[in-house]
Design a binder for this molecule. Structure first.
Ligand SMILES: [Zn+2]
Ligand SMILES: [Zn+2]
Length: 131
């Protein structure tokens, strides 16, 4: 397959396809900057943009942190906002010393991003997880 016609994406960016890579031509910048993206990179870019937009949207509509993504729970300490946190940094397990939160035999996963949310609470609220 030979290279397709350039199609205009917007913001001075043209895209074409050579059968394997998607080539971005950044004519808005200059006349020679071209980036060839392999499928795996496009997929990573899609996942990245999806995540950014999701987080951006969540933060924009968040009443708790007013779009900052974190808030101060006292004068000196900030924590990631649990309302717009995507909880996508993995999980650590609470130990029995975490009184009040730890439940024997239950899912004791706690958000690694540090927002303080428990995995079992999120599953109850949303019915699913991002990661
Ligand atoms: Zn928030
Ligand atoms: Zn979280």
């Amino acid at each position: 397959m030979s290279k397709t016609e350039d199609s205009y994406l917007g913001d001075g960016v043209y895209a074409s396809f050579d059968g394997y890579t998607i080539i971005l031509d950044l004519r808005g910048q200059d006349s020679f900057t071209r980036i060839a993206l392999e499928p795996i990179v496009i997929e990573a870019l899609n996942r990245y943009s999806e995540k950014c937009f999701k987080q951006g949207k969540a933060m924009k509509t968040c009443s708790k942190c007013k779009g900052k993504g974190s808030y101060f729970y006292d004068h000196n300490h900030a924590q990631p906002c649990e309302q717009c946190c995507l909880h996508d940094k993995g999980w650590w397990d609470l130990s029995p010393e975490h009184h009040g939160s730890y439940i024997e035999g239950e899912d004791n996963g706690c958000c690694n991003a540090g927002c303080g949310k428990l995995r079992r609470d999120i599953i109850i609220e949303n019915g699913e997880l991002n990661s």
